[in-house]
Write a protein that binds this ligand. Structure first.
Ligand code: PRP
Length: 180
């Protein structure tokens, strides 16, 4: 375990198994339509890469990036589109791929934005969900794991751009994020 962590919540094996299960459910639900996976940068790129390879059907991918002022613990509630989709999604079956839903603000803006583009269908897959932190009522359609209200990092989740590379997810020691 990385020395900055106080515990591991989900091992690489547990995450791998859960991603496969999610892919099976998604594959069954999308058996007659090919989705466009829309990854929310930056954190979702690892989950999207693994999910993509676990899905048996043809999928297109695209990415958006939204930024909230303040960090993940002190979100101001204002979310801004920083990078838009590269291609038109009108008439497409869009599956948003998130690493974590926390306050729900990013997802609310993103879903509202995508709904204006005449998509054929819209659903959301998130690997992690932190319902205890929710500020707006919104739920993903596919959820990997619920996480407690702790500072979790790894498998794409960062603190100050670090720890995204960890293959597992763990809780950061309070003295690490309390320092800055
Ligand atoms: C994280 C995560 C979600 C968002 C969720 O992104 O990837 O997009 O926060 O938080 P919310 O539900 O409170 O809106 P972040 O802004 O930390 O950017 P990153 O993915 O580049 O780390």
């Amino acid at each position: 375990m990385h020395p900055d962590l106080k515990e591991v919540l989900f091992t690489a094996e547990q995450i791998h198994a859960r991603v496969q299960q999610m892919a099976e459910r998604i594959a069954a639900d999308y058996r007659d339509r090919d989705p466009v996976l829309v990854g929310v940068l930056d954190g979702a790129f690892i989950f999207l890469a693994d999910l993509l390879r676990a899905l048996p059907m043809q999928v297109r991918i695209d990415f958006v990036k939204w930024s909230s002022y303040g960090d993940r613990r002190t979100s101001s509630g204002v979310v801004q589109l920083v990078k838009d989709l590269s291609r038109n999604v009108e008439g497409e079956h869009v599956l948003v791929v998130e690493d974590i839903v926390d306050t729900g603000l990013t997802l609310r803006y993103l879903v509202a934005n995508l709904r204006t583009r005449s998509v054929a269908s819209l659903a959301v897959a998130t690997l992690f969900d932190k319902p205890s932190r929710r500020k707006v009522e919104i739920e993903a359609d596919y959820i990997g794991f619920q996480v407690p209200d702790e500072f979790v990092v790894g498998y794409g989740l960062d603190y100050a751009q670090r720890y995204r590379d960890l293959p597992y997810v763990g809780v950061l020691k309070p003295e690490i994020y309390g320092r800055t």
